[in-house]
Design a protein around this ligand. Sequence first.
Ligand code: APR
Length: 308
Amino acid sequence: MKLGRVRNIVVVAGAGISTGSGIPDFRTPGTGLYANLAKYDIPYPEAIFNIDYFSDNPHPFFSLAKELYPGHHRPNYVHYFIRMLHQKGLLLRMYTQNIDGLEKLCGIPDDKLVEAHGSFATAACHLCYTPYPAEEAKQAIMKGNVPICTFCAGAVKPNVVFFGEDLPEKYFQHAEDFPKADLLMIMGTSLKIEPFASLVNTVKSTVPRLLLNRDPVGPFERRPLRRADYMELGDLSDSVRKLAEILGWHTEIQDLMNSHENGLRSYTDPSNSSGTAASKQEFQPPQNSNKCLWSATKNPNILLLRCV
Ligand code: APR
């Protein structure tokens, strides 16, 4: 990477990249989602994402969905490292299994991202696939109701891919992308779920594959490793930060993350004639800002932070 010999990186990611944002993964013993579903009274953990089980009984998924809907978590350093790959023109595509939407939230553009297991961004009837307004579905689910298809009266669900459902059209872009890759980065996944897991075997045999994960998974459990396979085991944020430091990108990533995260707290300048007040937020002064002025607004509950 430092010598500029790599131009088309494909990233393959799983739930392990979001644990740093406070979202449990699926299979880590004790803390993984599948170890904490007893309250849903389901026959086995994966049933909660099984389309046949959902068809008979959508309620366990809908109660879990209230906790899974994006909006309570923010992207972490690992997401911003992948965004930096894009900023540097090195990211061919990211294939994620995650449905938390954090890749988009950190600014990875749509054309660089394949959400292979879908997302909560859209919704449709699980029987006739008639599209349904995602926000309406979310409101119904949050209220404990089952959104019903206006066409066939089937249960509507967010377009996260269940076991037994087809992967989205965009997933099939892999047939073009993986043979083109000159480096494959595999992050935070157990590589247990097909057909996604087999993607890692579709790069050319001479292309380096780098696993960044707590433990060896998939082809990396084999000994000896394939010649061009490398792995850095341990906590993902530590390994990614180490890689960023070797590349000389750490400060840039930190700045990108601070500005993107702080820039999301929308507020208006007190001299703004429209005087529109800020939305009520807890501000943290952005790092390395030269000077920040707190100023009161008309609304006693809102302070404005202006950094110059
Ligand atoms: N640092 C390093 N590795 C981590 C960290 C971390 N902070 N947190 C988790 N991991 C590793 C775990 O050790 C595990 O190897 O990430 C991997 C996560 O594996 P899973 O929990 O199985 O998640 P994932 O691979 O994304 O699951 C794939 O399974 O149930 C389906 O649809 C669901 O998309 C999901 C698919």
